[in-house]
Design a protein around this ligand. Structure first.
Ligand SMILES: NC(=O)C1=CN([C@@H]2O[C@H](COP(=O)(O)OP(=O)(O)OC[C@H]3O[C@@H](n4cnc5c(N)ncnc54)[C@H](OP(=O)(O)O)[C@@H]3O)[C@@H](O)[C@H]2O)[C@@H](O)CC1
Ligand SMILES: Nc1ncnc2c1ncn2[C@@H]1O[C@H](COP(=O)(O)OP(=O)(O)O)[C@@H](O)[C@H]1O
Length: 279
């Protein structure tokens, strides 16, 4: 293992300023594949975060039952009812970055969509049920993939117990990166970012106020937006984890009632302070 690098404001990667004549077509199109029945909110949180972090366009492929709620909450997002993998192909062709997994479930519908996504060669963020299905050997992750497990999902990927992951988080993050040949974000208190080459970074920021449903869904959208705007996988992961953790600290005064969707505005503000839209 190489030395572990602590991520701080002084060594963070940056997004380049936008050219005055830029347009949305140059800023990436994030497609989020998410939200089986009962978990429609997970995809919305990811989409909201991607939108608020500057992706040029955001599409959400989800269950038909979630479309009207999604449109009323996030009109900027192109929400598509997907009943079969054939219907997913056109939006996949348009995407420059894919997020797959938040609230995806593990049904036949979920598996069909995940397996269709694996055929694309654009950068992908795999979260939640995409990781659970990967751990079960139901599919293989594509090239250029970022895996974002929490300790429970990490344990499934390594076929060990959660306590064993937590007992040696550095090792767990590196092992997943090597086994799955992907950049890995091992979430939780002091999240880690690992690569298959053995690079390991730690973000010693964050707050227990973030221990609630949907905070990981937000992170997946932040990573995707940074990828869409041109950052490579490891840099996008480090910057996204730092923004997300610092937003948690900023909002900590709200206490236990902080909702994951409350994070998006603060993450957006921190991103603008760190990487201004115009030089
Ligand atoms: N609004 C929506 O639609 C939402 C939908 N959601 C969707 O729900 C689906 C299920 O996802 P989920 O994460 O709730 O369940 P699951 O994978 O069984 O993990 C739980 C177990 O993992 C562990 N663990 C986790 N964190 C840990 C930590 N920091 N530190 C230590 N351990 C930790 C812990 O394991 P244990 O200690 O019990 O072994 C815990 O019991 C998924 O599709 C997701 O996207 C959610 O995103 C919420 C909002
Ligand atoms: N105690 C904590 N300290 C710092 N960050 C935390 C803490 N608890 C959770 N988080 C962060 O919140 C997010 C939770 O993600 P995850 O467990 O995938 O939730 P969900 O699936 O409900 O969206 C992760 O980014 C994690 O690092």
């Amino acid at each position: 293992m190489k030395n572990i690098r602590s991520i701080h404001a002084g060594n963070l990667p940056r997004l380049t300023p936008r050219l005055p004549d830029t347009h949305k077509g140059l800023l990436g199109h994030v497609l989020i594949i998410a939200g089986d029945l009962g978990m429609g909110g997970a995809g919305l949180l990811s989409a909201q975060a991607a939108l608020r972090c500057g992706a040029g366009m955001v599409s959400l492929a989800t269950r038909e039952q979630h479309v009207s709620a999604a449109l009323s909450r996030l009109p900027e997002v192109m929400t598509l009812a997907i009943n079969s993998s054939a219907q997913l192909r056109p939006p996949l062709q348009r995407a420059s970055v894919i997020v797959v997994g938040p609230g995806l479930g593990q049904t036949a519908w979920s598996r069909a969509l995940l397996s269709t996504a694996t055929q694309q060669s654009v950068p992908q963020v795999w979260d939640a049920d995409a990781l659970n299905l990967l751990a079960q050997g139901i599919c293989n992750q594509p090239q250029q993939c970022i895996l974002t497990p929490h300790p429970g999902e990490a344990a499934r990927l390594l076929n060990i117990r959660t306590a064993q992951v937590q007992a040696n988080r550095n090792n767990a993050a590196l092992q997943i990166a090597e086994r799955y040949n992907a950049v890995v974000v091992l979430k939780g208190h002091h999240s880690l970012i690992a690569t298959p080459a053995g690079d390991l970074s730690c973000v010693e920021r964050g707050h227990p106020v973030m221990a609630g449903a949907g905070f990981g869904d937000v992170l997946s959208g932040v990573i995707a937006a940074l990828l869409a705007q041109g950052l490579p996988a490891y840099s996008a992961s480090c910057l996204a984890v730092w923004l997300h953790a610092c937003a948690g600290e900023h909002l900590a005064r709200q206490g236990r009632g902080l909702a994951a969707s409350d994070m998006c505005h603060t993450i957006s503000t921190l991103l603008e302070e760190h990487s201004p839209c115009q030089a």
